[in-house]
Design a protein around this ligand. Structure first.
Ligand SMILES: *Cc1c(COP(=O)(O)O)cnc(C)c1O
Ligand SMILES: [Zn+2]
Length: 439
């Protein structure tokens, strides 16, 4: 560990070295990976990064992985895209999408955290790994464990989306469905990790897992030409990603890789599970646990482990948090796809709808350079769009039939234009432009 990685208690500062542990045994606060900034200086420069591979392992020097480890999976370095058409719709002149809907290997940002956590497994002597998951983490652990030849136990709430269940089992992982919500699943996983000597990426390996999220922030800065944005809008489940993007920016500043400047952090949740956004709105770091009830299952953590830190980070930065209804989430998924050609899952619907509202409420100025974080792929939550589009009867493969079909469509459009009723296939007839008026 060349730059002196150490596991430290976030509250009392007790040092634990390099081991699989996530809670301080003195004060029961979470542990966090830190490193020696002086040792890191000079080993992590714009030039050294540019010489690295075209994936998140270009930032390996700042990630807690064994020094002799050779990356096997090309995770990360996903597109940072300008979003002018979405921007025009919501009043944003300088909007970017960081698109982890196409992160490899399993199409969500969770591939980043699993990459770092599992690369420590051999060092820690685990032959079996697992996680508690709201879906995407299950997919990421199953895929990367398969590649490393590890045995895998994955615990999920029983009501998970079918695509996320299939996307776990296909890799040969043992999937255990639990009759309960994520918070029940997570508690059980802590007991299992104690009872068996297994590596659970978001339990005893959590500090290493969390560091993987920093690569999302490193990439944003590099892809903006080594500068920081004015604002970041980020979905929140456990509240880890948003705090780690901020940590990534601070590390780049401390290492002299980017210039310091204020960056506002905005958190996004679904109203049906919004413990962190409620705390932010009350000006508090105290999280009141909720019982989740939303289609945004990947964000449905009622008692978020990093909730207090997320709330504090948002408020310290001068940002804000918002939460949106399930109808707004579906509408935002459609609007992002229609304007920018990006099909995101429900979590991305949350982020997009919240971004629209932040502009509508004047929390973000139209000219600010804003990055909105799209963290997962729409093909995993197609059930959210069930009934949204009607399929017409198949026509015969003849030009005359096609012409008749086009005439019919045009006639329907005219009726639609003169009618006050929306088509069923446009339900919910709700657009981002009016999300602001709705809260
Ligand atoms: C897990 C997850 C998040 C949130 O992550 P936290 O670090 O727990 O806040 C956001 N988006 C998607 C798609 C996720 O799977
Ligand atoms: Zn402590």
């Amino acid at each position: 560990m060349s730059i002196g990685f150490d596991l430290r208690c976030r509250e009392c500062g007790k040092s634990y070295g390099y081991q699989p542990l996530s809670i301080c045994d003195e004060c029961f606060s979470p542990l966090e990976v830190v490193f020696d900034k002086e040792l890191a200086r000079g080993r992590f420069t714009r030039e050294s990064i540019a010489a690295g591979p075209l994936n998140m392992w270009r930032y390996k020097a700042l990630l807690p992985v064994p020094e002799d480890f050779i990356p096997q999976t090309p995770t990360g370095l996903t597109p940072l895209m300008r979003a002018p058409r979405l921007g025009a719709r919501i009043g944003a002149n300088n909007l970017f999408i960081k698109n982890d809907a196409v992160c490899l290997p399993t199409l969500s940002f969770k591939d980043r955290v699993v990459g770092v956590a599992l690369d420590n497994v051999e060092k820690f002597g685990f032959d079996t790994v697992g996680c508690s998951s709201t879906g995407n983490l299950a997919n990421a652990v199953a895929a990367q464990a398969a590649r490393q030849g590890l045995k895998t136990f994955i615990l999920v709430p029983a009501d998970l989306e079918p695509a996320k269940i299939l996307n776990t089992q296909v890799y040969g992982a043992t999937l255990v469905r639990i009759d309960g919500n994520y918070d029940h699943v997570n508690r059980l996983c802590s007991q299992i990790a104690d009872r068996y000597n297994w590596g659970f990426v978001n339990v005893n390996l959590r500090p290493y897992y969390a560091e993987g999220s920093k690569t999302f922030g490193f990439e944003i800065a590099e892809q903006l030409g080594w500068r920081l944005p004015d604002s970041v809008v980020c979905p929140m489940a456990g509240g880890s990603l948003i705090t780690k993007i901020r940590k990534a920016f601070k590390e780049l500043v401390a290492l002299g890789v980017v210039e310091d400047k204020p960056v506002k952090f905005f958190g996004a949740q679904a109203t049906g599970c919004s413990p962190i956004s409620q705390a932010v709105k009350k000006g508090s770091d105290v999280i009141e646990p909720q019982r989740p009830n939303t289609i945004a299952r990947s964000l449905a953590i009622g008692n978020p482990a990093d909730g207090p830190y997320a709330s504090r980070a948002i408020r310290d930065s001068g940002g804000w948090a918002e939460d949106v209804s399930d109808i707004e989430i579906v509408s935002a998924i459609q609007e992002l796809a229609e304007t920018e050609g990006v099909f995101t899952e429900t979590a991305g619907g949350v982020t997009t709808a919240v971004t629209a509202r932040l502009y509508a409420h004047g929390r973000i100025h139209p000219d600010e350079l804003t990055v909105t974080c799209i963290t997962g792929n729409g093909l995993k939550t197609t059930d959210a769009l069930n009934g949204a589009y009607e399929q017409h009867a198949a026509i015969r493969p003849r030009l005359t039939d096609f012409e008749a079909y086009v005439d019919e469509i045009n006639a329907l459009r005219q009726i639609h234009a003169s009618s006050e009723y929306a088509f069923i296939n446009e339900a919910p007839s709700f657009t981002l432009a009016n999300t602001g008026a709705n809260s």
